[in-house]
Design a protein around this ligand. Structure first.
Ligand code: WTA
Length: 584
């Protein structure tokens, strides 16, 4: 704790002068709210159907389309080349109604799984929300996914429908034969085969009138696969009730106001893209920017300038990449529209917070902490609160967070331990799809164990320490070592593989693989490059090992499990700890 406290003592605290804030933060009186807030207060911020029913999509779209926001721009979509398309709440309402009718016509039943494998596009937003309207469970996938990643998800969840496009469908067709339960493939674009459905034609033929299906709050809304330390990705299931907290946190944390233009850069394949690139902000009726394309500093600053973005939600790796490109680029643009900046996904270095103050006219990044499983931001630096650079901030009112040990004992200030939460908030995952055992692993001694380790300081601020498990966070993306190892050993030259996260200045961590070669193969740069290519094409563009080290043997337990902990300790020169279970 010493180092972190020093920073505070030396006055790194970023205080805020309420008189200088452009808008009064929605959340006022944090300390008091911590004591008085009840979740039933948040229930009142969203609309319910008679009999306690709800539909998240009604809150996100319909209620605005039927009210004063009907002709307000909901989405400013930029195709990545600077070409903008504006879509109003009313237009989104009609489009999502159409897609819900397409679902109905295809016989998609309540709680059927409908997947989206699309680049960010208006169709992605429309399809995702249209599926939710009609009671299906929607699941977007990263466009970077390779065939194995696609197959694992569609197979595990018994998906019945996939929406993809003319380009991306090639990767899906490599595994389609292994997906007997998939009944419908809808294609956005011109290249539509006879056994596929054309998005364009189906949408043109569908009515724009639809009665959004009232759901039980506990019925499922969306499903996202994420990685753990062992096994294949797990399907994290979220209920319609989650909209309550998505709404509340967009309001209290991201602080969206009617006049804001809000931009979240996250892909919908990531929970951030779903909750804060669709659900929360639109539930509050705010205009959102959706930018297609890859990281490009000029394009990003232009986006802020051209659309007068006032709230920006991004990730630490992106911040570090922008920092690395230098301060001359932002100077070329008028970024004065910005009023609040937020970050999520991995530790945000204090330098990043301070850099933002310099480049964005005294506006710091607010770090936010949460997980796919938590369904919304739970620990954060609130707009009205002083920021301690490097800290994740404080728990949302209604959330009890603590640092505990393995027995569930609550640890004191400055002690390092497991970051744990008292279960029961509205946006909490409801299941791991078809895997109750995995779900139950999260809960011990009355706590939800996040898998992170952290500390609390004397002022109640939380500080991230690391992961308690083998999960890798690379450029903010969550990658399971097992998936990478599995893909690696599918390569003919790889007999065995062990994968770890290796700290990296820019990306937080990179994926490093230790491999044992199959007899007959010799180490070379060409071979390593081929292995990397193989993992990329199988799994995902971002989930490949940037470093490969050939070793003679891998450390294993007597039962044959690779000891990644040991690989990591060796790589980083850390103490190797207990090795009593080591094979030899
Ligand atoms: C990490 C992301 C440090 C953490 C929405 C967590 C963070 C995992 C922060 C969840 C933060 C997220 N500081 N680490 N502010 N936010 N993490 O499911 O390890 O992709 O458990 O959800 O990201 O990753 P996921």
């Amino acid at each position: 704790m010493a180092e972190k406290d020093t920073e505070l003592i030396h006055g790194a605290l970023i205080t805020k002068d309420p008189a200088k804030l452009r808008l009064k933060p929605n959340l006022q009186g944090y300390d008091n709210l911590r004591k008085t807030f009840k979740w039933s207060d948040a229930d009142k911020m969203v609309e319910w159907f008679p009999g306690g029913k709800i539909n998240a999509a009604h809150n996100v779209i319909d209620r605005h389309a039927k009210g004063k926001n009907a002709n307000k721009v909901a989405l400013i979509y930029d195709d990545g080349e600077g070409n903008a398309q504006k879509v109003t709440f009313k237009q989104l309402y009609e489009q999502t109604n159409k897609f819900a009718n397409v679902m109905k016509k295809l016989g998609i039943k309540r709680q059927d799984r409908v997947f989206f494998f699309l680049q960010r596009s208006p169709e992605l937003y429309v399809g995702f929300l249209g599926a939710i309207k009609c009671g299906a469970i929607a699941s977007p996938m990263f466009p970077a996914f390779g065939p194995d990643a696609i197959r694992d998800r569609l197979l595990d969840s018994s998906a019945v429908c996939l929406v993809t496009d003319s380009d991306l469908k090639k990767r899906f067709y490599e595994v389609k034969a292994q997906l007997p339960e998939l009944k419908h493939t809808i294609i956005v674009g011109k290249d539509v085969a006879p056994d596929e459905l054309s998005w364009e034609k189906e949408m043109a033929a569908a009515s724009d009138k639809f009665e959004t299906v009232p759901m039980d709050p506990e019925e499922f809304m969306y499903l996202l696969y994420t990685s753990g330390s062992t096994g294949k990705p797990k399907g994290v299931v979220h209920a319609h009730k989650g909209i309550v907290e998505a709404h509340l946190t967009a309001n209290w944390v991201l602080d969206v106001h009617d006049e804001d233009v809000y931009w979240c850069g996250a892909d919908l394949g990531w929970v951030t893209g779903v909750v804060y690139g669709v659900l929360g902000p639109w539930s509050n009726g705010v205009t959102q920017v959706g930018l297609a394309g890859r990281f490009d500093p000029d394009r990003w600053y232009q986006t802020i300038q051209n659309y007068k973005v006032s709230i920006w939600y991004t990730a630490p790796t992106a911040v570090r990449m922008l920092m690395a490109k230098g301060d001359d680029i932002p100077k070329k643009y008028n970024l004065s529209s910005l009023r609040a900046l937020y970050c999520v996904g991995e530790p945000l270095n204090p330098e990043g917070v301070r850099w933002a103050m310099e480049v964005f006219d005294n506006k710091p990044f607010h770090d936010t902490w949460w997980q796919t499983e938590t369904g919304s931001i739970l620990i954060t630096n609130f707009p009205e609160m002083p920021i301690k650079p490097g800290s994740m901030g404080k728990p949302l009112p209604g959330i009890e967070a603590a640092i505990v040990d393995e027995t569930g004992k609550v640890l004191g200030q400055g002690e390092e331990g497991s970051l744990a939460l008292k279960p029961g908030w509205p946006s909490m995952m409801r299941q791991i799809w078809k895997n109750p055992a995995k779900y139950n692993e999260y809960f011990r001694n009355g706590w939800y164990y996040t898998g992170d380790t952290a500390q609390i300081d004397k002022d109640g601020y939380f500080w991230y320490v690391g992961r308690a498990d083998d999960v890798i966070k690379t450029s903010g993306e969550r990658v399971g070592p097992f998936e990478v190892e599995s893909a690696l050993i599918e390569h003919e030259a790889v007999a065995e593989a062990g994968v770890i996260g290796k700290p990296d200045q820019l990306r937080g961590n990179i994926i490093k693989a230790f491999i044992v070669l199959t007899p007959g193969f010799t180490e070379s740069d060409a071979l390593k490059a081929d292995i990397q290519k193989h993992v990329k094409s199988k799994l995902a563009g971002h989930a490949y090992p940037r470093e490969i080290e050939v070793v003679k043997t891998l450390p294993k337990t007597r039962s044959g499990k690779i000891m990644r902990r040991l690989l990591r300790a060796r790589e980083l020169g850390l103490p190797i700890g207990d090795i009593s279970t080591l094979e030899d």
